[in-house]
Design a protein around this ligand. Structure first.
Ligand SMILES: NC(=O)c1ccc[n+]([C@@H]2O[C@H](COP(=O)([O-])OP(=O)(O)OC[C@H]3O[C@@H](n4cnc5c(N)ncnc54)[C@H](O)[C@@H]3O)[C@@H](O)[C@H]2O)c1
Length: 256
């Protein structure tokens, strides 16, 4: 196969969670540019007529909008049943949706812990198990988890986030160990410090923002667009021999 054909996703269908904005939106658009139709899912009924839906359809690809609050276990189960009934074949699953709730550990409420673990850890586990089950039956599929620098580090005031993203690193390996021989690639992308709504407060704090930037070897914060290449790579035949990898996209932060 010619090398550029390895990245071609024509005829594939990709489910991207949390694709209304930020990294998920850039990834959905990139997968569509590479040829895939997109199933988008968001916590609210906000994807109908959204910018991402417009961008995907303008490329001549289909966009299917779904709603699911990943903080509700029953909603996840019904979403999985519905999307599998509507789309018997899903080739690519991108577990991007995530949330972060900050408070020092001594005052950290149970509700913060429960919500962050539910959205960042339990939902991607259930989705991957349910949608991946059909992938292993077919003998092909690509799963991409979204990790973080806090997959490797503890962070400050975000214990649930660090615990859930650490778990994502382990789940990536656990799924890969069972599914690599069944033709399904399971890998993760670990973003560094990226300019999205997730980091608005951090970037507004001039001192913290400057000290973060001084530690990034690339000398700049990341942008959502920096994830377009990595996601297409992990979703395509170009990465067929990659299993259980947590790929940092962090301007060099982890190597420092
Ligand atoms: N921005 C960064 O610096 C950074 C760093 C490391 C990891 N990440 C991870 O990258 C992913 C995308 O983050 P982003 O920066 O684009 O953030 P974002 O806040 O712009 O997007 C997060 C997405 O997740 C969705 N989401 C949140 N809670 C949900 C729920 N209960 N149910 C369903 N969907 C829900 C949101 O609707 C949104 O579309 C997340 O998993 C995040 O943890 C981001």
């Amino acid at each position: 196969m010619a090398v550029l054909d390895l990245f071609n996703l024509k005829g594939k269908i990709a489910l991207v969670t949390g694709c209304k904005r930020g990294i998920g939106k850039a990834m959905a658009e990139a997968l569509a540019e590479a040829g895939a139709d997109i199933i988008g899912v968001s916590a609210n009924l906000e994807l109908e007529g959204s910018e991402v839906a417009g961008a995907v359809t303008a490329l001549g690809r289909k966009f299917y909008a779904y709603q699911c609050n990943f903080n509700e276990r029953e909603a996840i189960n019904s979403f999985c049943a519905q999307v599998k009934a509507d789309h018997p074949v899903i080739d690519i699953l991108v577990n991007n949706a995530g949330t972060i709730l900050r408070k020092p550990i001594a005052e950290h409420p149970d509700e913060f812990w429960d919500e962050v673990i539910a959205v960042n850890q339990t939902a991607p586990f259930i989705l991957t198990r349910e949608i991946g089950r059909d992938m292993i039956a077919r003998g092909s599929g690509k799963v991409i988890f979204t990790a973080s620098l806090l997959t490797f580090q503890g962070g400050i005031t975000v214990p649930g986030y660090a615990a859930s993203k650490g778990a994502i690193g382990q789940l990536t390996k656990a799924f890969a160990n069972e599914w690599a021989a069944k033709g399904v690639n399971v890998n993760a992308i670990a973003p560094g410090y990226i300019s999205t709504d997730n980091t608005t407060a951090l970037r507004a704090d001039e001192n913290r923002s400057r000290s973060i930037m001084e530690r990034i070897p690339a000398g700049r914060w990341g942008e959502a667009e920096d994830f377009k290449g990595p996601v297409v790579f992990l979703a395509s035949a170009a990465s067929d021999y990659m299993h259980g990898t947590v790929m940092t996209v962090d301007g060099g932060w982890m190597g420092r």
